[in-house]
Design a protein around this ligand. Structure first.
Ligand code: UT7
Length: 338
């Protein structure tokens, strides 16, 4: 008897949406708040300005705005979404998670909805989860959001961190498709190293150090060993990309666009030079949005689409890295819904 196996669905990435709050904080504004300079911030990071949420905006407000933009751009009915994943490290509450709230805010019809937290790699982990669930048949149409209000966990007196982090949200739509191999999400590479946990962390507010009346405010904010994280980031960006490309039987020459976590322009320059990818194939918007953790990759993807840098059929390599330490890469062919 002949085998009649049904082709396994493939996860196809068909659209992107984005949102940043209206309020812009420039380097000149920061010069008035801490002992820093536009010259230092631009030369060491590449950041010129960033967006900060209004007092009455929480992470779900930013996430919902990005999802609405995605649904509008792709002409998608919110009732057709059956899976929503929100990657965030700054949720509205300890619980409930953001995703069910965002689903209701955007008119979805009771989809599977949960949060995922791998900090700046969170969006890559979210895409991996959505891909697995779509390809196994659990979901057919998934939205993955990266959303952050990092301004709420920044120590605004710490010049080493307050010039870097910011707020924003981005989202992608992933659909089941009967496409051929070489289409859709082509591969994923994820990893972690908890030995680096203290290099980038918020010390208090979890079960190990609950916040009490004696907790210093600074312990509820981002602490970072910048030099150590810089070394890790430049190394892992290259290694994770090379592992993923190797598994896919490709080289960097097959990549049309690198969309890496927008942490620091120097990290992107060092890594892309070592990988041998031309600067015009590297997405870069951190000068305008700063480091938005899990929102950073979808925001850069949306920016590349709007500027014409991202073209239909492009082979896109996305790479996230950050606290944990964690990292993740996703290789995908950009096939927008026409
Ligand atoms: O999203 C998660 C991933 N995060 C990252 O990838 C961040 C990785 N790290 C970095 O991007 C860089 O390490 C930073 C941008 C955070 C710092 O740049 P750096 O070139 O590594 O600076 P540094 O920490 O070695 O500090 C150099 C000097 C120090 O002064 P001294 O000790 O040399 O006198 C700092 O106190 O720069 C000083 N400094 C500043 N000066 C003016 C630190 N922050 C500032 C500032 N303005 N904002």
């Amino acid at each position: 008897m002949a085998a009649t196996g049904r082709a396994r669905p493939r996860a196809r990435l068909v659209g992107v949406g984005a949102y940043v709050p209206d309020r812009v904080l420039t380097n000149a504004d920061l010069e008035k708040m801490v002992d820093t300079s536009d010259e230092w911030i631009v030369s060491r990071t590449g950041i010129r300005e960033r967006h900060i949420a209004a007092d009455d905006q929480a992470t779900t407000d930013l996430a919902a705005a990005a999802v609405r933009d995605l649904l509008q751009r792709t002409g998608t009915d919110p009732g057709d979404i059956d899976l929503l994943i929100v990657a965030t490290t700054t949720p509205d509450y300890v619980f409930p998670p953001c995703a069910p709230l965002v689903a209701t805010m955007t008119g979805m019809d009771c989809p599977a909805a949960f949060d995922t937290n791998a900090v700046c790699s969170g969006f890559m982990y979210g895409i991996a989860q959505a891909t697995g669930m779509v390809e196994s048949g659990i979901a057919r149409r998934a939205v993955v959001v990266g959303a952050e209000t990092l301004s709420r966990i920044i120590d605004w007196d710490d010049r080493a961190t307050c010039v870097l982090f910011a707020d924003g949200a981005g989202a992608v739509l992933i659909e089941a498709d009967e496409g051929q191999p070489g289409t859709g999400v082509i591969g994923v590479e994820l990893g972690s190293d908890g030995a680096g946990r203290s290099d980038l962390c918020v010390p208090a507010g979890g079960s190990r150090a609950p916040i009490t009346g004696d907790t210093p405010h600074t312990d509820t904010c981002i602490h970072m060993n910048g030099r150590e994280v810089f070394r890790f980031a430049t190394r892992i960006l290259v290694e994770s990309s090379q592992r993923l490309l190797g598994e896919a039987g490709m080289t960097i020459d097959d990549v049309d666009l690198l969309v890496a976590h927008q942490a620091n322009e120097r990290i992107l320059h060092h890594a892309s030079e070592r990988m041998g990818i031309a600067p015009d194939k590297v997405a870069m918007n951190l000068d305008r949005v700063g480091n938005t953790s899990s929102a950073s990759i979808p925001l850069a993807l949306a920016d590349a689409l709007d500027s014409g840098q991202l073209q239909e059929g492009a082979m896109v390599l996305m790479v996230g890295f950050g606290a944990g330490l964690t990292w993740g890469s996703v290789l995908v062919r950009w096939e927008p819904r026409s």
